[in-house]
Design a protein around this ligand. Structure first.
Ligand SMILES: Nc1ncnc2c1ncn2[C@@H]1O[C@H](COP(=O)(O)OP(=O)(O)O)[C@@H](O)[C@H]1O
Ligand SMILES: [Mg+2]
Length: 385
């Protein structure tokens, strides 16, 4: 496969019928029961502002407890006029997912179906990017943007993703998986880490996001508290060697024939790309698009990104993240995010834009891919053939 062809001629290689010019009824899911709830409010506001105005948008805000509410028109109007994150009103009518039917809205004056062409989950992390919402939408027979149940679940679970990527020969960061029971034998765990990985190490939840619950550990004495912190976010954690590397990210887009865009680089001003550097400190990181890489490393990253995406069963989109070891140039595949940050200054849309696909056209392509995937599955038989 020649990744460079995939981004130079996206229009020719586009694999689904374009929805350009088609007015669609779109439900935007945002918020969510996740440590990345606020990030979603920002990503969704950008999606709303950049979608073609011919579409009919229904904003469905999901509270931190997981309840779905159809937002009043004023939330949409305020979003289109301003530049703030999307508002989320939990006093708005409740939305239920009805298997085999779709979405149904329950308000003070009764209930009604919500006719839709496609759902756009702009949810990051748990209960949004991990296959759970995708499963609900499958049961409700709805087309939706982004990876399906399997691709989402694999993307969310860094241990499972590594297992798959390793099996197809992709260069993962080695790791030790631990759970609460391993912490009961802390000395044994610390000795294993010391002999297999050495110090410093990086400890993180296996199914986390936005660097929540992650930390660098310089020596044996810091391992227990870092592990406990990560275990607040997940029941299993990963312990990896700390890679002193460049952080490279690569946008991938498509269903059966995904294409990669030229990668970008994150240069954090902190010791690593922590939550503060990502979202709070305005000088937390510089984003370099495109990344300064020689041609062969750039092509290799794009090639690995597409292979990782396909091996993990992803569709729609994903941002595939890497480290390049500063001391010897070794490329490590770190993780894939199936609903990456999506504000207009986020890496995923920015890298697509730099590769020739502006944000509004990217949104249209994602909608086309969602509808295309649904169409291809609609032809399947679920009875005896
Ligand atoms: N093994 C590692 N070595 C050095 N830094 C790491 C390592 N793993 C993660 N990091 C740092 O932590 C950040 C968050 O980790 P990541 O694995 O991307 O999880 P998530 O983004 O899902 O929280 C990375 O962007 C990177 O800065
Ligand atoms: Mg990450």
């Amino acid at each position: 496969m020649k990744p460079e062809l995939r981004w130079l001629k996206p229009d020719i290689l586009q694999e689904t019928e374009s929805i350009q010019g088609m007015a669609m009824r779109i439900a935007i899911l945002y918020g969510g029961k996740s440590g990345e709830h606020e990030v979603s409010l920002r990503s969704a506001a950008s999606v709303v502002r950049n979608l073609d105005k011919s579409h009919k948008l229904h904003l469905i805000g999901i509270t931190r407890h997981g309840a779905w509410h159809l937002q009043p028109d004023s939330v949409l109007a305020d979003c289109l006029e301003g530049d703030l994150p999307l508002d989320l009103r939990s006093d708005a009518p409740v939305v239920l997912v009805v298997p085999g039917t779709g979405l149904r809205v329950y308000g003070a004056r009764g209930s009604a179906d919500l006719p839709l062409d496609v759902v756009f989950p702009v949810l990051h992390g748990t209960f949004g990017e991990d296959g759970t919402v995708q499963g609900l939408l499958e049961c409700a027979d709805l087309a939706y943007v982004g990876a399906d149940v399997l691709g989402s679940a694999v993307g969310m679970d860094k241990e499972m993703a590594k297992t798959i990527w390793k099996s197809v020969g992709l260069p993962i960061v080695p790791s030790i998986t631990a759970t609460t029971s391993d912490l009961k034998e802390m000395d044994t765990l610390a000795s294993r880490v010391e002999s297999v990985l050495g110090w410093p190490v990086f400890v993180k939840p296996a199914r986390g996001g936005s660097s929540v619950g992650a930390s660098k550990v310089d020596n044996r004495s810091g391992l227990e508290s870092a592990a406990q912190k990560a275990l607040l976010c997940d029941t299993k954690i990963l312990i990896e060697p700390f890679i002193h590397g460049k952080e490279i990210e690569c946008s991938v887009l498509g269903n059966e024939n995904p294409r990669a865009f030229p990668p970008g680089e994150i240069v954090p001003s902190h010791e690593y790309y922590d939550y503060e550097a990502k979202y709070i400190d305005p000088d937390g990181a510089a984003l370099l698009i495109p990344a300064e890489l020689d041609e062969s490393s750039r092509n290799r990253i794009m090639e690995i990104a597409v292979s990782a995406y396909s091996a993990a069963g992803m569709s729609g989109m994903a941002r595939v993240d890497f480290f390049i070891d500063k001391s010897n140039g070794t490329i490590y595949l770190n993780e894939a995010n199936t609903i990456p940050g999506f504000t207009s200054i986020s890496m995923y849309p920015k890298m697509c834009e730099a590769g020739g696909l502006p944000y509004p056209a990217l949104l249209d392509e994602l909608l086309s891919l969602a509808v295309g995937r649904k169409k291809s599955r609609a032809a399947l038989h679920y009875d005896r053939v």
